[in-house]
Design a protein. Structure first.
Length: 196
């Protein structure tokens, strides 16, 4: 009987130790996801702040390219109208709408850059070059922020979907849900056309 008590005691200590070891992972990983998402939003805001300056610079050289400017302005406006809350990370439809608006803005910016290719004087303008460099740097930062967010979501989602994290989450954090992550749109997955 004494042997049985020792075995039960050891098992209890092991379970408690294991539980304590894992009990703070879910909120820690959740906060990492939120932090990473904030960085993504920060980079999107930086891009949105640069766009009016870039559009104004290009407009000065290419006044008759109104359609492209209108498209960039509309896309930026749509992005600005989206209210991004922490709930977006848990709502696939809201997340998809946010992602779609950002993709539309990226597409419009690509068209704006193609317009700039048609104007050699513009390509040599210091203001344009500085803004273009800033925008390219921002796009790279967005890419890095998205990568970090995807990594944080992976760690969080794996914790919620594997044992023992699943058990700990079910017991201590029943409202914890799997987070949404980015996916490439069909347009982003297609092979780009290169014409000479």
């Amino acid at each position: 009987m004494k042997k049985f008590g020792v075995i039960v005691g050891l098992i209890t200590v092991a379970v408690v130790y294991f539980f304590v070891l894992h009990m703070n992972r879910v909120p820690t990983y959740d906060e990492n996801v939120k932090e990473s998402w904030s960085q993504v939003q920060n980079q999107y805001k930086r891009r949105a702040d640069l766009i009016p300056n870039l559009v104004s610079t290009v407009k000065g050289y290419a006044a008759h390219e109104k359609e492209v400017f209108t498209e960039v302005t509309k896309a930026r406006s749509k992005v600005g109208q989206l209210t991004v809350t922490p709930e977006v990370l848990n709502d696939p439809n809201a997340f998809a709408a946010f992602e779609k608006a950002q993709d539309a803005l990226s597409s419009a910016l690509n068209k704006l850059m193609m317009v700039s290719e048609r104007y050699p004087d513009l390509k040599a303008d210091k203001n344009f070059l500085a803004l273009q460099t800033q925008l390219e740097g921002t796009e790279n930062r967005i890419s890095v922020a998205r990568r970090d967010y995807i990594a944080a979501v992976k760690v969080y989602n794996v914790e919620l979907r594997t044992i023992p994290g699943r058990w700990v989450a079910a017991f201590l954090y029943p409202d914890a849900e799997v987070k949404q992550t980015f996916s490439a749109s069909p347009a982003e997955q297609s092979t780009p056309e290169v014409k000479f």
